[in-house]
Design a protein around this ligand. Structure first.
Ligand code: MSP
Length: 524
């Protein structure tokens, strides 16, 4: 089943020199959950992630380690960044590296197009540069150093001294795009989300845009400027273009036509690059701007933005080794309002694991399957006449599916999970109130027992379909336990926008045993 609708979604491409931490993992699983949802809805979905491998930061890290930059990034990407995707159980369709030929070719052709269209000129430049950000800093992000950095100018984000760079550079006439950008934000209010991000971007653009230096000649770890080999293309221009080159810009026009434009999900630290510079570059080249840019918040650890340089870094595998990838995905995607900052703590993670996943969802699944085994020899019973309580469950399921899909359209994964969880809560309440174990003691109530257990099983069927984008492993185990894999086919083929229908699970289906979905964790 295909809706024919294209849904192309991207993560930022990460600097491989950083060790992957839970902040990177957060963006990646959010994008994966959105992509899985759309894929399961039949949309023509494509999820891209990758690594940003050029620039001074990478060059310096490689020299510090005594290897060539290419050898350095190859090692990091294969040892840390590819494995991260498996750790997080991410089903990306592609992985782009900016050192790949397909990317370099596309970047050159794009920059040449801007040049030919008159959007680039040569000029002199002198400004303060932060290698951590790979950016010439605006005045608002330059601070006076203190302590060891007394007398120096430091970056407000990295708290490290800035470097004064003086070079002949090529410039992109970004200043000419102030009005077109403001028009874009006005005509397409969803271009930047959430609202707080949109407001920040608009006021930044209103305050005036300076032309952007898009080349560097002081080092050569990058893609050369096609008309001047003594320069390499500025790493951010190179990096942003990954979203286009990965789907064939400059190499495969048919694929590009099919996929482009994309939705971009990024941390708010890099919102301006995506919501200002990137659409301006695309307009200058005569291409469609992205469908939208969603800026999410920061993960805070101990009240601070988590980052490697601040030594608060936690690697995703530390969490996943204990709790599993489903719990990681569920926790970050449900506990933090997508778009706002959120604090991570082990206590909160452990508490939610126990309350929501183990006691809420996991127990519901195991006791329902166990009762079908005990009272009906593992065969899903047929429902008899539906009573009010049963119909109420059906309505909760139908509403949850509609609300979850609407929330996903708004990129609010957290709200989607809240809606889906109304099914967990309703079914737990329903089982407590209807006491199947009491019905089972009375032969005359056998038909009623069948209705109650069918209702619980069918509710679980909907839950498996709706939760599969968020907790794919647990959802799959549940699917198999319900016997649905044999009767209904693969879980990932179940149309998620129709998950709220009723009567999908066929009575007579044989269930299979279910190990606890979220086992007890000692000392967590
Ligand atoms: N290479 C650039 C992006 C280029 S995109 C064309 C870059 N890379 S990065 O490795 O620093 O990754 C930044 C992204 O990682 C953030 O935008 C965000 O998605 C994620 N996060 C890094 N730290 C984070 C938190 N503490 N909290 C949430 N997300 C975080 O910038």
């Amino acid at each position: 089943m295909s809706t024919g609708r294209s849904f192309y979604i991207t993560t930022p491409i990460y600097y491989p020199s950083d060790v992957p931490h839970i902040g990177h993992g957060y963006t990646t699983v959010a994008v994966d959950a959105l992509a899985r949802w759309h894929r399961q809805a039949g949309d023509d979905t494509w999820m891209l992630t990758g690594t940003d491998e050029h620039g001074q930061k990478m060059l310096r890290a490689a020299s510090a380690n005594g290897v060539t930059p290419q050898a350095w990034v190859d090692k990091l990407v294969s040892e840390a960044w590819f494995p991260l995707l498996r750790t997080l159980d991410v089903a990306n369709d592609d992985f782009i590296r900016t050192t790949q030929e397909r990317h370099e070719a596309g970047v050159k052709s794009f920059v040449q197009t801007l040049y030919d269209r008159g959007h680039i000129y040569a000029g002199e430049y002198e400004a303060l540069y932060c290698v951590g950000c790979e950016e010439f800093k605006p005045d608002s992000e330059i601070l006076d150093g203190t302590g060891a950095f007394e007398g120096l100018k430091v970056c407000a984000i990295h708290s490290r001294p800035l470097e004064l760079l003086q070079e002949k550079n090529y410039f992109f006439k970004l200043s000419e795009f102030q009005e077109p950008l403001l028009r874009l934000y006005a005509e397409n209010p969803d271009f930047v989300r959430p609202e707080s991000a949109r407001n920040e971007v608009i006021s930044f653009v209103r305050s005036g845009l300076k032309d952007l230096s898009i080349s560097r000649s002081a080092f050569d770890w990058g893609i050369t400027v096609p008309w001047d080999e003594s320069h390499v293309i500025y790493v951010w221009v190179d990096a942003l273009l990954n979203y286009a080159t990965a789907v064939g810009y400059g190499t495969d026009p048919e694929t590009f036509e099919r996929r482009w434009p994309a939705y971009h999900v990024v941390g708010k630290d890099i919102l301006r690059f995506h919501a200002v510079i990137w659409p301006a570059m695309l307009m200058a080249a005569g291409l469609d701007v992205p469908r939208g840019v969603f800026g999410h918040g920061w993960l805070l650890v101990g009240g601070e933005k988590m980052s490697k340089s601040k030594a608060t870094g936690i690697s995703p595998s530390e969490i996943i080794d204990v709790f599993g990838s489903d719990a990681y995905r569920f926790y970050f995607l449900s506990a933090i309002a997508f778009g706002q900052d959120g604090s991570f703590s082990w206590e909160d993670l452990a508490a939610r694991y126990q309350a929501e996943l183990a006691n809420g969802f996991g127990n519901l699944a195991s006791r329902t399957i166990a009762m079908i085994e005990r009272y009906f020899e593992g065969i899903v019973p047929p429902p008899a006449e539906y009573a009010e309580a049963d119909l109420a469950v059906q309505k909760v399921v139908a509403d949850a599916a509609v609300h979850a899909d609407a929330a996903i359209e708004r990129f609010r994964i957290d709200e989607a999970i809240t809606s889906i969880w109304t099914i967990v809560d309703a079914l737990n309440g329903y089982i407590t109130e209807n006491e199947p174990w009491a019905l089972a003691k009375d032969d005359s109530r056998r038909a009623r027992l069948g209705t109650v257990l069918y209702t619980a099983a069918e509710g679980l069927r909907a839950l498996a379909v709706l939760l599969s984008p968020v907790t794919p492993i647990a959802a799959e185990k549940l699917w198999v336990a319900l016997g649905a894999a044999e009767s209904l086919g693969r879980l990932q083929d179940q149309p998620v926008r129709e998950a709220g229908g009723w009567g999908v699970l066929t009575p007579g289906t044989s269930t299979n045993g279910l190990e606890p979905l979220f086992p007890r964790i000692d000392n967590a």
